[in-house]
Ligand binder design. Sequence first.
Ligand SMILES: NC(=O)c1ccc[n+]([C@@H]2O[C@H](COP(=O)([O-])OP(=O)(O)OC[C@H]3O[C@@H](n4cnc5c(N)ncnc54)[C@H](O)[C@@H]3O)[C@@H](O)[C@H]2O)c1
Length: 415
Amino acid sequence: MDLAEYAASTVIRRGRAAFSAPRYSVWKAPGLSPVPPHTTLPSNFIRIVHAAAAAALGMEDLILITGGAGFIGSNFILQWMAEEKFRVLNLDKLTYAGNLHNLQSVESHPRYRFQQGDIGDRDLVRTLLERERPRAIVHFAAESHVDRSIHGPDDFIRTNVNGTFSLLEEARAYWSDLPEKDRQAFRFVHVSTDEVYGSLGPNDPAFCETTSYAPNSPYSASKAASDHLVRAYHHTYKLPVLTTNCSNNYGPYQFPEKLIPLMILNASQGKPLPVYGDGQNVRDWLYVADHCRAIRTVLAAGRTGETYCIGGIKEMPNLEIVETLCQLLDELRPDDSVVPHKNLVTFVKDRPGHDRRYAMDTRKIARELNWHPVETFETGIRKTVRWYLEHENWVQGVTSGSYRQWMAKQYATEL
Ligand SMILES: NC(=O)c1ccc[n+]([C@@H]2O[C@H](COP(=O)([O-])OP(=O)(O)OC[C@H]3O[C@@H](n4cnc5c(N)ncnc54)[C@H](O)[C@@H]3O)[C@@H](O)[C@H]2O)c1
């Protein structure tokens, strides 16, 4: 019996406890050279054990979510827990954008577990993969706010590029050691954005899966780099990856530095509504639950190595969004100090390099996977406004401390 066989059989006998036994005194392998008790094992021993265990035991009914405490990740986990069977392990660093309050309703659910950590921490990721043996990774973790990427791009490169690279490397090592049938079944879903495609003119056709990449901000450049790495891991190593590129999301639990929650909260508090430039930048908006359904569809049925464009097929200029929100607030909060709320609109200096128009052609995911958004913009935006008005505690929790400092820095010179 060689070391790997012995390790595998021991792991099968002892189960998970074997992973916490990094000493020869526990791993007394028959046929191996005797070593003094309490000797620390050579560094590759644990690796051999884990690889052998992975090969012997295969995958668990569990998915690893990265960035699950953020806006889309937490919506995804809540939907997953309600509608799917597999367990969830949520790996999140808890940056300013990560908020465990989003997941309070599932925090003690037997199928949910949280692990605080950085996707760039390779030892941690390796241990999690080898110990938990997920059948899929759904990768949301990212620095995601364009304005922040303009003020300080470092974190965007660190997490979005280097972090994704680390995750891919560890996923590849884990996947390579799986039994063949599990290698076939494993999936790595990379959640990305339409912003990698750059900006459209007013009459250009919408972005689609074959549109050339032309990122314009440090955020979109870092996401584009991660998309390329994911693609390369499929072409080079055959890692079963899928990439989704989605348009702007809105809905519950979005950090209020982004357009829609920012406007709802400012308007309901009688504060100015800062609109960039002339307000005519066009975005394609999708209700977050529809995005989560699309990712689940791609995970379940997408073709590996493919990318899927996702969007709400609802292009709107930012000013129209703000005016729609103001009308809803006039209806829902008629006694606010400033009504009509649109009197609060204030035009501020445009964001540098502000992309003019994004639009998504979603025909591929509709045709191949039969995904279509359930919400219209009208139904989704009404639900969203109501949610923010009804969740004052959540809003207060995220709009204290560092959020205030950020808002002061971002808008101080403009308002
Ligand atoms: N918000 C949108 O409209 C939109 C649209 C399309 C695609 N996306 C993509 O979807 C993903 C999620 O977006 P979001 O809006 O939920 O972002 P978010 O900023 O709300 O959440 C990001 C989450 O990742 C975590 N995180 C950040 N760095 C990490 C690290 N190094 N290790 C582990 N966790 C880390 C944060 O703590 C946070 O919980 C991103 O990859 C983003 O590019 C977002």
